[in-house]
Ligand binder design. Structure first.
Ligand SMILES: [Zn+2]
Length: 107
């Protein structure tokens, strides 16, 4: 049995992702670039997958290129910068970097 690269649950013999995470991935592709973050989360919840699992899924980084959450945040930030006329774009790596800085800040 292999384990799902996103949530770590058993995914079946050949699948890299379990049925729930595949469902979530498909929904991410549908929603990304079209809705704000709140709507994005609502859309994921409407798949019927448990919220705890959605959170695990969003934070997973199976390819080392930034988690789904960081990638989507980066896309939304880049979109916003474009709308506001700010040059450049944000990458998932930068979001990850900024977030790790914030996490390091003492209370
Ligand atoms: Zn999974």
């Amino acid at each position: 049995m292999r384990r799902c690269v996103y949530c770590g649950e058993r995914s079946g013999l050949w699948a890299r992702a379990c049925a729930d995470c595949k469902k979530l991935l498909a929904r991410v592709e549908e929603l990304r670039g079209r809705v704000g973050y709140g709507e994005f989360l609502d859309g994921l919840e409407r798949t019927g997958v448990a919220k705890e699992k959605i959170l695990v899924f969003l934070k997973a980084d199976p390819h080392g290129t930034g988690s789904v959450q960081d990638q989507v945040t980066a896309e939304m930030t880049s979109e916003l910068m474009k709308v506001m006329g700010i040059p450049g774009r944000q990458t998932a790596q930068e979001v990850k970097h900024i977030r790790s800085k914030i996490d390091e800040e003492p209370e």
